[in-house]
Structure formats: structure tokens, C-alpha cells
Design a binder for this molecule. Structure first.
Ligand SMILES: Nc1nc2c(ncn2[C@@H]2O[C@H](COP(=O)(O)OP(=O)(O)OP(=O)(O)O)[C@@H](O)[C@H]2O)c(=O)[nH]1
Ligand SMILES: [Mg+2]
Length: 229
């Protein structure tokens, strides 16, 4: 395809996506729902981390949308814990987009103020390119992926409003270089908070939950959606 045509086509896709994302964001802000786009590689521990953060929430009701290419394994897991969870299957697409999320959100009865976690497709590249109506992007990175990930997959680290470093219980068995990891993050994203957690020891989740509840209350009623540049 001609390069100029391709660039214009991509710009149109992003404009249309962002228009719908802004609409979802406004609608959910009005309903006092704080929306978090949860991103990370396959198996980074997105679902495990969500379960642990949700246990530590004090004031906000949790809602979850599970994005998966196929299967409802994570949705059944969360529903089994009594968490209001809704499924999106993309049947091939490597990321969620704003229309998919908008369709599901329209049918959810948000009966209490809360936080909506949207677990994106396990992928460290594509989800970072598409807004889906979130107030905040959470990136889950793990010590098992290696400390060079901010250098190799910069966009996700650059766009994140909060970064979770997961599976810290495994550090003794790996050669994870935390200083190198942090240096890579700081080159891309000067002020992003980085929380260390472990689903095995339970370390770190109360601080993450506290951060979320503070952000949600600071931004409650405010449309803080930023347009895609
Ligand atoms: N050792 C250790 N294992 C963990 C931790 N968190 C998650 N796991 C394990 O990592 C595997 C993947 O966790 P999930 O929570 O399913 O990861 P996910 O990112 O939701 O995976 P997908 O939805 O398939 O992309 C599971 O076997 C978890 O038990 C942790 O903190 N430490
Ligand atoms: Mg999962």
C-alpha cells in the first residue's frame, strides 16, 4: 500500500477509535466509575494481580472486563469469587479497541461507584496503541520477562500511568537487574509510580489499591480523557 494512504488510513482508525473511547470515558466518569486499562504480556499475572488488588480495595466496588482472544477461563475464575465480570472475545485480534469495550459497557448495570478493570489481551505491543475509554493505563511487567523489557517494548512503558513489577518472589532464582529495569523506565516515563508485588507472598497489593482509590477520588467527576496525539 502507498505509504501516504497507509498513514491516513491509520490516522482515521485512531480518530474513530478515540472518538468512541472519549464517549465511553465520559459516560463512565458520569457514573463515578474509574477505568483502568490493564496491559501486560501473556502470563504476566494480570488476572492474579487483579484478584489481589481487588481484595485490598476499601471503598470502591470492583467491576472487571476480561479481554481474551478465546476462552472465558479468567472470567469464570473471577465470577467464582463473586466479582462482577464481563467477557470480550476478540477471536484473533491482539488488542481490545474502543468499540468492543463500548458495546459491553453499555450493557453493564453500574449500581455503585467503583473501579472498572479492563484486562487487555496478553500482549506487550498492540494494546498500548489503542485507548479504550480508560482514565489510567496500568502495565504489569514481571521479573521473569527480564529487565530489558522497557528498552525493547518502549511504548507500553512510556504510556503507563502505573507500572507493577510482578512475581518478585522469584527474584532469588533469576538474574533480574532492577537498576537497569528502572533506568529504562525513567528514560521513557520520568514520574510513573512503580510498585513491586508478588502474588505468592501478597507483598505490595495494599499500596496499589490505595494508589487507585486515591486517584479515583481525585479525578471523580472529572473527564480526564486525553486525546491520542
Ligand atoms: N511465582 C509467581 N507466580 C505468579 C505470580 N503472579 C502470577 N503467577 C502465576 O503466573 C501464571 C499466569 O498468571 P495469570 O494471572 O493467569 O496471568 P495473565 O497475565 O492473566 O495471563 P493471560 O490472561 O493468559 O495473559 C499463573 O500460573 C500464576 O499462578 C507471582 O507473583 N509469583
Ligand atoms: Mg489473565
Amino acid at each position: 500500500m502507498h505509504d501516504v494512504l497507509k498513514v491516513n488510513l491509520m490516522a482515521n482508525i485512531h480518530d474513530e477509535n478515540d472518538h468512541i473511547a472519549a464517549h465511553t470515558n465520559e459516560d463512565l466518569t458520569d457514573k463515578n466509575i474509574y477505568v483502568i486499562n490493564v496491559m501486560g504480556a501473556p502470563g504476566a499475572g494480570k488476572t492474579t494481580t487483579l484478584k489481589n488488588i481487588i481484595k485490598s480495595l476499601k471503598y470502591l466496588k470492583p467491576y472487571v472486563i476480561e479481554g481474551d482472544i478465546e476462552s472465558d477461563i479468567d472470567t469464570r475464575d473471577l465470577r467464582g469469587l463473586g466479582i462482577d465480570t464481563f467477557q470480550i472475545n476478540t477471536f484473533g485480534a491482539c488488542h481490545l479497541d474502543a468499540p468492543m469495550v463500548h458495546n459491553v459497557v453499555q450493557n453493564i448495570n453500574f449500581n455503585e461507584k467503583g473501579v472498572l478493570f479492563i484486562e487487555n489481551i496478553g500482549n506487550l505491543v498492540c494494546p498500548a496503541e489503542f485507548s479504550i475509554g480508560e482514565h489510567c493505563k496500568m502495565l504489569i511487567s514481571t521479573v521473569t520477562e527480564g529487565s530489558d523489557k522497557p528498552y525493547k517494548y518502549p511504548l507500553a512503558f512510556e504510556k503507563a500511568d502505573i507500572i507493577i513489577l510482578n512475581k518478585t518472589d522469584l527474584i532469588p532464582y533469576l538474574n533480574f537487574d532492577e537498576e537497569f529495569f528502572m533506568k529504562g523506565i525513567r528514560a521513557l516515563n520520568k514520574d510513573v509510580p512503580v510498585f513491586k508485588v508478588s502474588g505468592v507472598t501478597g507483598e505490595g497489593f495494599p499500596l496499589v489499591a490505595e494508589w487507585i482509590e486515591k486517584k479515583a477520588s481525585d479525578e471523580k467527576g472529572v473527564n480526564c480523557y486525553h486525546h491520542h496525539e
